[in-house]
Design a protein around this ligand. Structure first.
Ligand SMILES: [Zn+2]
Length: 210
């Protein structure tokens, strides 16, 4: 029997699908929330960890393919159901990081059967999102205008984006992910070669000033 107290997050860009599934599952006793695509689903997960995630695959913003991949790596305890009208049968399509597949348009009893057959996992606390541990970023590149920049991999959505830093250095700098908008704390770290040159330079200057 499915756990009717389970928290379910439904992700679909079609309002009619979100509303009809939420209505059915709420009536069956589930605690249901919904999101319109992957980035908003990740925000909803940060607010409250669902037990089960049911997501469409083709959506604007972050697709279900990418969302499932992020959740597989960041929140492995969440039970994941992919759904789509583009595939038939109950086999999880190749390349989709889900525990089960629900063909859109199938019956409610089929959905409940899939939910009931999901693998049970231990409750999992969300991985810390580096709020207290800034990312360590090597100062290692320049952009097309020769401005110093680094590549930051967002710990929330796992996408990467370039960040201009100029001559910035220091601890606990802050930027916002260009994809999901989350705040990211980071620290610029000089690569070993530069650190060595800087140290030698400092040492020479020190000896000159003696
Ligand atoms: Zn992000």
């Amino acid at each position: 029997m499915p756990d009717t107290q389970a928290r379910i997050l439904i992700v679909d860009d079609e309002p009619s699908i979100r509303m009809s599934m939420a209505l059915i599952l709420t009536q069956l006793g589930y605690h249901v929330r919904s999101a319109v695509e992957g980035f908003s689903a990740l925000r909803a997960i940060r607010e409250e960890m669902p037990v089960i995630l049911i997501t469409d695959l083709n959506m604007p913003g972050m697709s279900g393919f990418e969302l499932l991949s992020v959740i597989w790596r960041r929140f492995p305890s969440i039970q994941k159901i992919a759904m789509s009208g583009a595939y038939s049968g109950n086999v999880v399509p190749s390349g989709v990081a889900a525990d089960a597949f629900y063909p859109k348009g199938s019956s409610t009893s089929e959905l409940l059967r899939i939910i009931g057959a999901l693998p049970q996992r231990e409750p999992h606390a969300a991985q810390p999102c580096s709020a207290s541990a800034p990312l360590r970023i090597d100062r290692d590149g320049h952009n097309w205008s020769s401005e110093a920049c680094v590549t930051i991999a967002c710990p929330h959505c796992l996408r990467a984006f370039p960040q201009s830093i100029g001559t910035t250095s220091g601890f606990a700098l802050e930027t916002f992910c260009t994809h999901c908008g989350n705040s990211i704390q980071y620290t610029i770290v000089e690569p070993p070669g530069l650190r060595r040159a800087w140290t030698v330079d400092r040492a020479q200057n020190a000896s000159l000033s003696i």
